[in-house]
Write a protein that binds this ligand. Structure first.
Ligand SMILES: [Zn+2]
Length: 129
């Protein structure tokens, strides 16, 4: 709960690519350096899929998903990012997340299995952020 209290800003929207990707109910794959920024740093919220969090208890469930990550893909709903630094950084991560969803959808449309970045290398970009 304490890490949630340190969140200073959140961003949420029903973007075209993010909402489309969220319908798949799966995480982003480490297919690029950009996507690696979210490797093991985002979650898919499948509970309450498609439900808009208008009740406090539903909002708490979403907030609790941000204990150790900066982003969430809310299945059948959209994207969320959170920052413990600034409003600017949560907006930056939100735009980056939307672009990563777009990229993964585009790659999946090719029908070709992409080459994944190794786990060790996938963790490197996050160390720089
Ligand atoms: Zn929404």
């Amino acid at each position: 709960m304490s890490s949630i209290r340190h969140i200073v800003a959140m961003c949420h929207a029903h973007t075209v690519y993010g909402t489309a990707f969220a319908s798949l109910g799966k995480p982003l794959e480490p297919i690029s350096q950009d996507a690696c920024a979210f490797f093991e740093d985002h979650v898919v919220i499948g509970d309450e899929a498609g439900k808009v969090a208008v009740e406090v208890k539903d909002g708490n469930k979403v907030a609790n998903a941000f204990k150790d990550v900066k982003a969430a893909i809310h299945q059948n709903h959209g994207l969320l990012t959170a920052s413990r630094q600034s409003i600017d950084s949560t907006a930056f991560w939100f735009i980056a997340l939307e672009r990563c969803c777009q990229q993964q959808l585009m790659i999946e449309q090719t029908g070709i299995t992409p080459k994944m970045v190794t786990e060790e290398r996938a963790l490197q970009p996050r160390a720089r952020w």
